[in-house]
Design a binder for this molecule. Structure first.
Ligand code: KIV
Length: 303
């Protein structure tokens, strides 16, 4: 069933929320299935949890890669502050700035038709006050064209999240291992072991209570992840190294495509070996230049 709205020429899903179509329970799942959604929005990610569907998230930092992932059907793209490492060559995510991230967010947003684009708030851009958090989030929406922002947070930052949500900006609350707090946490360590599990669950509950529409949980034990997923009820949880009891799953694209070399975190599954593809192509190009095989007549202009 298509529902027309006065402000939009066509409905975005075959059965939009609040249309009443959900009354017939047997069709509900197929009507709301993610692969039928023309433009992914927060409501679809929540509905995925209700329906037991899973969605994919990949990091993304440029227009061409965004277009590939969007066309492949990846539901959510995260312009992570991991751009600090993966684009700018920094040692950690701590040093990238809002001004450096905004062009990357704008590139991804402009190349995306269906995916939900999330901008990561970099270290120092939201911790100072709720007002600073709103100011930064507004820039990502206005200048970057993002659909939501992500904040590495704990219960302590609930008021910062609430202020951003009250400004009309959806927030993903990133908890568990939070790379911006790498030094305070003593390095890249699994969070939520033993008694610490309760703290992670409390953080999740406080941030959801403050209005976060999604929780992203990084590097915790499976038990802690399951406890968080249960504690936040209908709110979808995205896992990165936090087990399989989640609605969404995220990886850094250069890790899962094998562009980066070296030891990967245990949670990374590699789907391609781009490092080899790139270096083989680079060598073949160099060989062609040395041998004179490139440029060939078909690569030059005779007149
Ligand atoms: O910045 C990033 O890429 C992230 C993901 C690893 C979750 O925060």
């Amino acid at each position: 069933m298509k529902v027309m709205s006065s402000t939009h020429p066509t409905a975005e899903t075959t059965a939009p929320y609040g249309s009443g179509a959900s009354a017939s329970a047997p069709d509900r799942h197929s009507d709301y299935a993610l692969d039928k959604v023309k433009k992914i929005r927060t409501v679809h990610l929540a509905q995925a949890k209700a329906d037991g569907e899973k969605f994919a998230m990949l990091t993304c930092y440029d227009a061409l890669t965004a277009a590939v992932f969007d066309a492949a059907g990846i539901e959510t793209l995260l312009v992570g502050d991991s751009a600090g490492n993966n684009v700018l060559g920094h040692e950690s995510t701590l040093t990238i700035t809002v001004d450096q991230m905004i062009p990357l967010v704008a590139a991804v947003s402009s190349a995306t038709k269906r995916a939900f684009v999330i901008a990561d708030m970099p270290f120092g851009s939201y911790q100072i006050s709720p007002a600073q958090a709103v100011e930064t989030a507004v820039r990502f929406m206005k200048e970057g064209g993002a659909h939501a922002v992500k904040m590495e947070a704990s219960a302590y930052y609930a008021e910062h999240v609430r202020a951003v949500v009250n400004a009309g900006i959806p927030v993903v609350a990133h908890i568990g291992f939070t790379p911006q707090a790498e030094h305070a946490l003593g390095g890249f360590r699994i969070q939520g072991r033993g008694d610490a599990s309760a703290h992670v669950v409390e953080d999740a509950k406080a941030l959801v209570e403050a209005g976060a529409f999604c929780v992203l949980l990084e590097m915790t034990t499976n038990d802690t992840a399951a406890a968080v997923n249960q504690a936040i009820g209908p709110v979808p949880m995205v896992s990165i190294g936090a087990g399989s009891d989640a609605t969404g799953f995220v990886l850094v694209w250069q890790d899962m495509m094998g562009l980066r070399e070296g030891k990967m975190a245990r949670f990374v599954k590699q789907y391609a070996n781009l490092h080899k593809i790139f270096s083989d192509a680079a060598r073949a190009y160099q060989d062609d230049i040395r041998s004179g095989a490139y440029p060939a007549p078909e690569h030059s202009f005779e007149v």
